[in-house]
Structure formats: C-alpha cells, structure tokens
Design a protein around this ligand. Sequence first.
Ligand code: NAD
Length: 490
Amino acid sequence: MTEYLANIIVNGQARPARSGATFAVNNPAHPSEIVGYAPLANVDDVRQAIDAAASAFIGWSALSPFERADYLFRVSQQLGTAQEDVQQRARLFTREHGKTLRETGMELSRLGDRFALAAGQAEQLATDVHLSTPPNDTIITRQPRGVATLIVPWNWPLSILGAKLPQALMGGNTVIVKLAEQCPLASLQTLEIVARVLPPGVMNVIASPPSELGDLLLTDPRIRTINFTGSIAVGKAILKKSADTLKTVTLELGGNDAALVLDDADLNEAAIESLVMGTFLTAGQICMAIKRLYVHRSRYRELLEKFTTAADQWVVGDGLEADVSMGPLNNEQQYKKVLALIADARRRGATVAEVGQIKDQATYNEGYFQRPTIVTNIEQNAPLVWDEQFGPVVPIMPFDTDEEAILLANATEFGLCSSVWTTDSKRAESVARRLQAGVTYLNGHGPTVQDPRAPFGGVKQSGIGRNLGIEGTLGFLEPHSISSPSGWLF
Ligand code: NAD
C-alpha cells in the first residue's frame, strides 16, 4: 500500500516542517508496516504558528458571532462535500489507528456536524445582558480569550477536537491544534479541508511528539488558554507549566467509569449489546468506556452469562476487514499496560475469561491485539479496578444495595462518566444525582449515547471545566462588563 505524506498547517499553508524532517506512523495491526509520514514540526514551526495565530486574532476576534458562524457553516458544508473521499480517509485512519472502518468512518463523518452545532450558538453568543438599575447602566458582554492551544490524544482525535475547535473559533479565538503523534495522518488530511475555508492563521495544526516542541505551546504569553484532553499526569504537568503566565486551563482527563446494573434492570438483548458496546468499543480505548461493571447480586449470574455470550460474538482482527468488530490497541505502550493489568489480576487469583473470535491468528500474533477480556472474583483494591485500563478488559463485580453501589462507584479519584441500568426512572434519577461524575447515562453508556448539545467533562481528577454545549463555548470566553452612569448607555 502507498505511504501517505501529511502536511502541517501554519498560517493557512499546508506544508512540511521547516526542517523538512518527518516521522513514520506505523500500523498497530501490522507494526512493521509504515502507513505514512507526518512532518516533524519543531520549535521553529511552533513559533511561526503562534505568530500566525496572534496576527489572525485581530481580524477574527473583531467579527461578530454571526460572521464567524458563516465560516463555520461553510466548514461544515465542505466536510459534507468531502464525504466522497471519506472512505479513502477512513482507510488511512484505520491503518494508522487500528480501530474499525465503521468507527473511523463515523468519526470522520460527524466532524462537520460539530461545526454546524457550534455555529448555531451565534444568537446566544451575540446576546448581551443589560443592567439598568441606578446608579449604573451596565452591559455584560463576552470577549474571546486570545490564542488557544488545543491538545488532543490519539483515541478519538477528531471527535475530541470537534468538542473544542469549533467552540474556540466560534468564541473568536484563534488556535494551534496539537494532534497526537501516534496517528495524525487522516486528521491532518481532514483539517486541510477546514483550513481552506478559514482565514490564514485562524487555525494552525501540528502533530509532533512533545519532545520536539519545547514548552512554547504551554508558556508563550500570547497563548491565553489551553484546552487539553489526555492523561491525568500530562494534564497536571500542563497546569503547572502554564501557571507562570496564568492561562486558563480546561482539562479533560482519564476516567474509570462505573456502570451500575440495579436489581430491576431489563437485561434484554439490546441492553446487553449496549453494555458490551459501552465496554469494548474501540477496544476499550475511550475515556467514557465502562471500566467497572457493578451488578446487583440477584442478577449477577444472569448478567455475566449474557454479557460473556454477547462479547464472544465479537470478531477481533485488522479493522480494515468488513466483519471485524474490534481492532488492536493503538500502540505498544498501551498494549503492554493492558497485558500487565490482566497478568496482575491473574496473579491475585481473579478469574480471567478471554472471549471473542480471532479473525486471523497470524495477524493476531503480529499486532497489538487483545480479545475482549472479562475478569471476575477480583478485589476492589486491584489495579484493574482502581486504575484506568483503557483497553478491552473489564472487571464485573456484585453489590447488595443501591447505597453500596453508589459508594463503590464514587470510591475513586476519577469522576468522568457513569451509568445506571434500571426500569424505574425515578430510582435511576435519584441514584444518578448522587454519582460523582460529569455525565451519567441511564440505560446506555458512552459516545453512542452522548448528547452533543450537553456539556462534557469530569469532576475530581477527571478534569477541570467542560467542552461541548454552550458551557464549552463559554469556557473560551471571558465576561466583560461595560459600565456607565445611569441614563447614558440605555
Ligand atoms: P497523553 O496525556 O499522553 O497525551 C495526550 C496528548 O498530549 C498527545 O497529543 C500528546 O502528544 C500531548 N502531550 C503530552 N505531553 C505533552 C507536553 N508536555 N506538551 C504538549 N503536549 C503534550 O494521553 P494519551 O495516552 O495519548 O491518551 C489517553 C488518555 O487520554 C487516557 O487517560 C484517556 O482517559 C484520556 N482521554 C480523556 C478524554 C476526556 O474527554 N476526558 C478523552 C479521550 C482520552
């Protein structure tokens, strides 16, 4: 297969790195295969990107929300027109990422919707609040923060970017996007379509390993806000580095989502499929995947049997193959972490069941594959339970009362998402209100049931601030009060 040569985007130009250097991107299903090369941008490129974003900010921030919405609607249209080549981009994406063509196709197709959704906020953003009680007239309006650094991880790069890029732009900020180095090719290709619509410098995009970039994206005084999605450790480092110039920082970090299956849950085929999907989609490499499954003891055997039978239908293999339901893990580091957690569970005497069908044994042996893995008889203090596995392995544990289930779900430093499974809507809501999480789903879990109009983010060490929704856009804006003596402004 041909190797794709990607560009970075700086000041409206899709181009190689200034040094001309590139880095190879490999296929996790066949690790020796090079899928393509991305420009190895370094500090020089970063400086140029910040210069471009700072210059473009003057014009872009002066536009009204309606004028910016026009650009965003055009981006959405262009991404819609680009559906003709979406299959080709999805193949590239699957080869560099590992996840299935269905997943990469869905991710690429939905990006335009996110631009249209943010553009639809123009009226709300253009509406100021007026206070006209003597002795003052005051207009409360909102200002863009300035140049924004947007950093995304490798697992769902464009969906995650779709929750911050359109919102940052809609708010009047200009941006530097930092894509993850593990699989940047299809995202760089797709963002070229976006860049063609926007004025030069409004969106700049790079994708090198962090070691190449220096600290400018986190420390340059012209960067006023950072919106990061990734691991807790890197999120904390970013918060510390950005402190000297007092940037606002939004952090979307890891999760260890609990799903609580109550004693009256309807465990029909669709519900089980939804639980399995919520656990193993993208081989579990989703921040809002089910990572701990707690089941009322009276339904434990039934759930375990049905869940195991459904997961056993999943076909594990190269995501390019049509009948494959789960690809490999994205990279060697993640693969080794997941294998270590499974080995630790075994050492502790837990019961480990590896299920699912292997499409092709030779490919399975070659790539970073792990079948859907179900772990039972495991203690709460095992790393698989308290740490974030970010892979296709899930502990399933019993509880006796709703009270105990709530305590178990909340007994973690994480607080991203959670779910409650029951036929009683009042009981579902009452349990949900007591769960420490940014999002709680009822009888569903994960990206397939996430309402893109609702704010998304975590509590505790799962993050600070929100993306998506009007709350996400407001995170890129600062209130500005304009005040005069009474009778002067209104
Ligand atoms: P990571 O923190 O290692 O990397 C994320 C991004 O940050 C990558 O683009 C990486 O290159 C960049 N980065 C790392 N160090 C940097 C630095 N010093 N300066 C600038 N950029 C830097 O995370 P990961 O392993 O790629 O992703 C997996 C993690 O992301 C998991 O913990 C997962 O839960 C989390 N995640 C969270 C959400 C959410 O919305 N809460 C969504 C997806 C993934």
